[in-house]
Write a protein that binds this ligand. Structure first.
Ligand code: KIV
Ligand code: NA
Length: 265
């Protein structure tokens, strides 16, 4: 299989072909995701919760992210690897450049940062230095204490318009992928149509170009009650690799996410 690249994802968007992403934190699961046809892998700072047992993503360090990115990279044959920049590792453009360089040297193909307009200068700097950037908008878990909990974002017109405006600014600054978490389906659809770059969604409806889930959630081994957008694919006597492949099938044929996994305005 030839390596998945940004231009391949761009072509899939143009062709209306859905692509998949799952979070992953180690080599063995990466190998299984490669076999199942998962195009992109996110080394998410959700590892703070699902691997480290923290109660938010805030305690995760850049060294933690590099350790897991390197493990995923060693297990990977052809998927496109995104790595999260953790809390306060990109509070200024120069700090972001130093830390993004560490993740790229650990094996990432792209870095992901949470934020809106204030990130534009950082995105521009990274982009000019040849580092692809994914901007994460909507529910941004590193801001959970400011947001007052894990809540759906962009519900009223003013909030939705702001997300659109910030998205366009970040794409103009050089963002190559946008990721939206927990926004109404209709907004997910209009944003996906409004921007030229591939859009990944989680709890953002069925019309984004790609979908992502946390691996542990989609294997049904989450601790505590799963979020509305989660579906357990480790059912029907499937192996783990079969569960990943079932997720790929359901995203590509439009079965997942179903209305029960999505939010209204
Ligand atoms: O860290 C993570 O798992 C994420 C996804 C939920 C998008 O950022
Ligand atoms: Na994350």
């Amino acid at each position: 299989v030839s390596p998945i690249t940004l231009s391949k994802l761009q072509r899939m968007k143009q062709a209306g072909e859905k692509f998949t992403c799952l979070t992953c934190y180690d080599a063995t699961f990466t190998h299984a995701m490669n076999k199942a046809g998962v195009e992109t892998i996110l080394v998410g700072d959700s590892l703070g919760m699902v691997v480290q047992g923290q109660d938010s993503t805030l305690p995760v360090s850049i060294d933690d992210m590099c350790y897991h990115t390197a493990a995923v990279k060693r297990g990977n044959s052809h998927a496109f690897i995104l790595a999260d920049m953790p809390f306060m590792s990109y509070s200024s453009p120069n700090q972001a450049l130093d830390n993004a360089a560490k993740l790229m040297q650990a094996g990432a193909n792209m870095v992901k940062l949470e934020g809106g307009s204030w990130l534009a200068d950082t995105v521009r700097l990274l982009s000019e230095r040849g580092i692809p950037v994914c901007a994460h908008l909507g529910l941004t878990p590193q801001a959970v204490h400011k947001l007052g909990g894990y809540k759906v974002q962009g519900k009223d017109k003013a909030a939705a318009d702001l997300i659109l405006q910030e998205s366009l600014e970040l794409v103009a600054a050089g963002a190559d992928i946008l990721l939206y978490e927990c926004i109404p389906s209709e907004l997910g659809k209009s944003l996906t149509q409004a921007v030229s770059v591939p859009v990944i969604g989680i709890g953002a409806g069925a019309d984004t170009d790609g979908q992502v889930l946390v691996m542990h959630d989609m294997l049904g081994i989450n601790i505590g009650r799963p979020a509305r957008f989660v579906k357990n694919f480790l059912t029907n006597g499937r192996t783990i690799t079969d569960a990943f492949a079932a997720y790929v099938d359901e995203v590509k044929n439009g079965t997942f996410p179903a209305p029960e996994h999505t939010f209204d305005a």
